[in-house]
Design a binder for this molecule. Structure first.
Ligand SMILES: Cc1ncc(COP(=O)(O)O)c(C=O)c1O
Length: 398
């Protein structure tokens, strides 16, 4: 690859790339394990993982091998017009490791949620309910930025510049069953919820809330959709976050870490949902291609291992304990599950994220005042100790 200077790349981006992202003043060039390096050789311990994507970290030999196996065939893409083995095998493994009977692949998390909405509307129509098309979503949720998923993401900053949104979406308060019940009627075909809210600030749902939503969905013959795009695939120390709750959905969406950094999403569903969908009802050119599905099969096999998941749980507890020991007067609450941890402060966290870069630490906000920790799931315990030490130093500086 051509050697380039940091300033040159930043100048090129400023000239040629749409300015919808705020990026810090360094250029990432390579990674190893849980550490990223910039073009000047500075190291950053990564608690972001490409926003909960790089579950197996950087330069993982198993992923490299899986990419090699997939590319050796010479077939990167054939379209969903044809059968390929990796597509079928990944769907099988997803079903065998979850509640689901059938899988449909997408490209991103938002795309998976859009598909789930379509499937829910189709399901209602198949039952003969033409007016049953509303989606019930919850406060503080994040389901994506396409028109359907954006309509289910109730934040004025994201929604207002792009109105009108997709009609037929209503909202109730997260973790408030009475509010959900009040919003429910025969017009609702699906309820969508993140078992652990990510972008909204790392808020786990309560068990009563998820069970209550399950009961409401059953009462009204609506579908319960769990958006596990961020909290699924081992992030919380169980393969699927719903396993913490003993409540199963009718549809589950997953994406981010599924192919270890390659773009993929998947919609997992019960047979009754699959039965409502017919040939030609939904499709995508790239989704479920042989490269991404072969790599995803490797990632899912690794992440679903009981020992791997137990380590995630243990490391998550360690991280929460060490963050609590910092004992900063600014700490409001430390919460989360597994390696999906939020540290809520009584101050704006953006300056802390920015100061973290100078300490060699990548962090990302969740909301205005929550520091989010979603490191690679392979992060080591000594690295978690380093993270906590760095965060302690940063909090002392404020
Ligand atoms: C819970 C959840 N759902 C959906 C999405 C959207 O995923 P994507 O950015 O891949 O479209 C995200 C992204 O952060 C997410 O956290």
């Amino acid at each position: 690859m051509q050697a380039v200077g940091t300033q040159e790349i930043i100048a090129l981006e400023q000239q040629y790339v749409l300015g919808v992202y705020s990026r810090p003043p360094f250029v990432l060039a390579r990674g190893q394990g849980s550490t990223l390096y910039d073009t000047e050789g500075n190291a950053y311990l990564d608690c972001v993982s490409g926003i909960a994507v790089n579950a197996l970290g950087y330069n993982d030999p198993g992923i490299t091998q899986a990419i090699h196996e997939a590319t050796e065939t010479g077939v990167l893409h054939v379209s969903n017009l044809y059968h390929t083995a990796p597509h079928a095998r990944l769907a099988q493994l997803l079903c065998e490791t979850s509640f689901a009977d059938k899988v449909h692949f997408s490209l991103t998390g938002a795309d998976a949620n859009e598909g789930a909405f379509k499937f829910a509307r189709r399901y209602a129509r198949e039952q003969g309910h033409d007016e049953k098309y509303h989606i019930l979503a919850f406060s503080n949720a994040f389901h994506g930025r396409l028109f359907g998923s954006l309509a289910a993401t109730p934040r004025p900053k994201y929604q207002d510049p792009f109105k009108p949104l997709m009609p037929g979406v209503r909202h109730a308060e997260f973790n408030n069953l009475e509010s959900a019940r009040a919003a429910m009627d025969e017009g609702v075909c699906a309820l969508i919820v993140e078992p652990v809210q990510g972008e909204g600030g790392i808020y786990p749902a309560s068990a009563e809330f998820l069970q209550g939503l399950r009961d409401l969905a059953d009462e009204y013959d609506a579908l319960l959709i769990f958006d596990e795009v961020q909290c699924g695939m081992g992030r919380t120390g169980k393969l699927w976050a719903y396993e913490h709750y003993g409540v199963e959905p009718d549809i589950l969406t997953t994406a981010k870490p599924l192919a270890g950094g390659l773009p993929i999403g998947a919609i997992l569903m019960r047979q009754k949902v699959a039965d409502a969908m017919h040939k030609g009802d939904h499709a995508s050119t790239f989704a479920g291609g042989p490269l991404t599905t072969h790599v995803a099969h490797h990632v899912l096999r690794r992440v679903s291992d009981a020992g791997f998941l137990a380590a995630v749980e243990r490391k998550g507890k360690l991280l929460m304990e060490l963050l609590a020991e910092i004992n900063s007067p600014h700490t409001v609450e430390i919460r989360g599950k597994g390696l999906m941890v939020g540290m809520e402060l009584d101050i704006d966290t953006s300056p802390i994220v920015a100061a973290g870069y100078k300490q060699g630490l990548l962090l990302v906000n969740a909301g205005a005042n929550v520091l989010r920790f979603v490191p690679p799931l392979v992060i080591r315990e000594d690295e978690i100790e380093q993270v906590a030490t760095k965060v302690g130093d940063l909090l002392q500086q404020v």
